[in-house]
Design a protein around this ligand. Structure first.
Ligand SMILES: [Zn+2]
Length: 170
């Protein structure tokens, strides 16, 4: 762990979003523990409390010579249930959907084994879904007070109006 000469070699700081955390697990200790599974913790903003039920953000230093983590297992305290939480990376630079490493694209991936697996497997392990969209972040903030019920109602009214038009024209 302490080999300083290897540090900073291929490490990059990322804001990582941790999704799907059960609300009862969202205490600061758990968040810190999760962040430590991803990399070296740089920052855990206190305002991550605002995102309860959606996701929270942590800033960690990640070793990008290794595949990016896609999820973490979280063991709940009082039971043997294991919850899988998803990870998304903000401002993720070019990364390889084949081997999950940052800095090159699929076409130049040096990892032949991962390439074969990606071609023959049912789907690639990595993908654009690992990029956190920043617009999603602002949307979450905007909706954090509401239940979201009103937008569903609006949409259904619009749908029925369209449906009525289509019915008349045929
Ligand atoms: Zn690759």
């Amino acid at each position: 762990m302490g080999d300083i000469s290897n540090l900073s070699f291929s490490k990059t700081a990322f804001w990582v979003q941790i999704h799907d955390i059960p609300i009862m697990c969202m205490n600061r200790r758990t968040v810190k523990w999760l962040a430590e599974q991803i990399g070296k913790v740089i920052e855990i903003p206190t305002e991550s409390r605002d995102c309860w039920g959606k996701y929270l953000r942590v800033k960690v230093l990640i070793d990008i010579s290794r595949p990016l983590k896609r999820w973490l297992r979280l063991k709940l305290d009082k039971s043997d249930n294991i919850v899988v939480v998803g990870l998304k990376y903000e401002r993720l630079p070019e990364f390889c959907y084949t081997c999950g490493r940052v800095g090159h694209s699929i076409s130049v991936c040096p990892d032949e084994e991962a390439k074969i697996e990606a071609v023959e497997g049912p789907s690639t392990k990595f993908g654009s879904w690992m990029r956190a969209s920043l617009s999603e972040k602002s949307k979450v903030k905007y909706q954090s007070q509401g239940s979201g019920g009103s937008s569903v109602k609006e949409r259904s009214i619009e749908d029925s109006r369209d449906f009525g038009k289509a019915g008349r024209s045929t």
